[in-house]
Every structure is written in structure tokens, then in C-alpha cells.
Design a protein around this ligand. Structure first.
Ligand code: FES
Ligand code: FES
Length: 166
């Protein structure tokens, strides 16, 4: 499928939003995605490019706390809202509990899916701190992982849930 590039689609927009707790402003066009803006203008490398069609989940970001496919989300939708990427959760000196659990449970192998997986898990635990295994499986069902077989990921998320979900 091709998308016609109309003059309207080329119109530049200025979009202001909060990224990982700090205000940012970008110039974008109507068809530009959050994924493109984060990677190309804001150098957020954790938001990965996979299928670019909404199927794999590696581009997952949190928009006001809810997981969304960055490749399908038009950048203008972020106006006045909060985007969180895994850079906003923790860093090597102070890992978020989910980051630590993924490390301890070997839930990250090549790591390509890991940022999106962790953000999806964070959203789940924020709204449901003690999810069942079935709820965890359902929550991450849209995030594909080609390496781990998912068991270690599920165990990592369960371990954080057992500590109170945060
Ligand atoms: S790159 Fe967005 S869902 Fe695959
Ligand atoms: S760890 Fe490699 S795709 Fe998930």
C-alpha cells in the first residue's frame, strides 16, 4: 500500500509534549510518526524500528501511561501529552525494578524487544500491581520476542508483581 503525499501532509506542525519528564518541542509533518520523531529528532534509540506496520511492538512507547505503537501513532497526537520511553524509567546507576528483574531473570537476550516489553509490563503493573500469569501473557501478547521463548520475561514480570508491582 502506498500513501499519497499531499501538500497537506507536508505541512509543518510544531508539537509540544513532555518526554521522560522534560518538555520538548519538535517540528513535524502530519504523517510523521512518534517513532520517527523520537529516533530522528530526539535521539531516543531505545524505541526500535521493526515491522513499521503495528505488528511487532518493538516501537512501544507510553502515551499518558498507556502503551502505543510508536510507528502507528502520528506525532501530532502527542501535543500536550506525556510520552515515556525506557530512558525515562531508570539508568545503569539506578535501574527500574523491571529493568533489574529482566536482567536477573535473563529475560533479555538480543535485547531488541526489551524496551517495548518493559514499557508494556510497566503499564500493566501500574494499573494492576498483582496480575495473574494469564493477565501478564495477555498484556505482552502484542510484543514479539524471537529469542527468549517468553518464559523468562513472564517470570521477570511476576517477580516485580510479587514485590508490589513497582
Ligand atoms: S515497528 Fe511498530 S509495531 Fe513493529
Ligand atoms: S530478546 Fe531478542 S527479540 Fe526478545
Amino acid at each position: 500500500m502506498s500513501v499519497a503525499t499531499t501538500p497537506a501532509a507536508q505541512t509543518e506542525l510544531v508539537v509540544s509534549f513532555t518526554l521522560n519528564g522534560r518538555p520538548v518541542q519538535v517540528r513535524t509533518r502530519a504523517l510523521d510518526s512518534v517513532l520517527a520523531v523520537l529516533r530522528e529528532q530526539l535521539q531516543i534509540g531505545s524505541v526500535r524500528v521493526g515491522c513499521n506496520e503495528g505488528d511487532c511492538g518493538v516501537c512501544t512507547v507510553l502515551l499518558d501511561g498507556e502503551p502505543h505503537r510508536g510507528c502507528l501513532l502520528p506525532a501530532f497526537v502527542a501535543e500536550g501529552r506525556e510520552i515515556t520511553t525506557v530512558e525515562g524509567l531508570g539508568d545503569v546507576n539506578q535501574l527500574h525494578p523491571l529493568q533489574r528483574a529482566f536482567h536477573e531473570h535473563f529475560a533479555s537476550q538480543c535485547g531488541f524487544c526489551t524496551p517495548g516489553m518493559i514499557l508494556t509490563a510497566k503499564s500493566l503493573l501500574d494499573r494492576s500491581p498483582a496480575p495473574s500469569r494469564e493477565e501478564i501473557v495477555a498484556a505482552i501478547s502484542g510484543n514479539l520476542c524471537r529469542c527468549t521463548g517468553y518464559r523468562s520475561i513472564i517470570r521477570a514480570i511476576e517477580s516485580v508483581a510479587q514485590q508490589g508491582g513497582r
